[in-house]
Design a protein around this ligand. Sequence first.
Ligand code: 5GP
Ligand code: MG
Length: 182
Amino acid sequence: MERVTLHDKTFRIYVPNEEIEKNIQAVADRLNRDLADAEHPVFLCVLKGSFMFFASLMQKLTIQPEIEFVRLASYCGTQTSGEVKQIMGLTGDLRGKTVVIVEDIVDTGNTIVKLHELVKEQDAAAIHTCTLVMKPEVYDKELKIDYCAMDIENRFIVGYGLDYDQLGRELKDIYILDEENN
Ligand code: 5GP
Ligand code: MG
């Protein structure tokens, strides 16, 4: 699909599935190498947005991970609200574990910084940050993003788990807001 309309907005294709998968494979290769000696690292899926990235990444791991889920929300429509809410809390025991936080997208970084604090409070032994997409122009936090599959310009995207007001998460490609048609 070249274009997709969700609610009142039209999006055009930006990153096709094959390229997304290739970039995820590169991240998986690095994780497989870097965490080869960690004992069952815990991969933390940040819902809802990272479900598709998370599933793809898990299928590409050769190390044996444990899996946990957490659900946060910070967006309202296409604007970041600044405030990050914990909707479904962290339940697994992370004490002494190597944890990899798996995000869909790092924009201002508010969400990942908050998550990093949450995981740290649980006395994890090591914390790594991993994201499908990052907007380096916007990110202004000290926290280092260890693994990033793709950098993008400061534009609003949907697909591959990412939504526009809850629609578009199922799309296998990534789409960008089409300025000409909005
Ligand atoms: P941050 O806290 O880094 O500003 O934003 C992170 C969260 O905002 C992401 O986990 C994601 O849910 C949402 N977000 C940021 N940029 C985009 C975007 O371009 N598209 C969509 N669909 N969500 C975004
Ligand atoms: Mg997210």
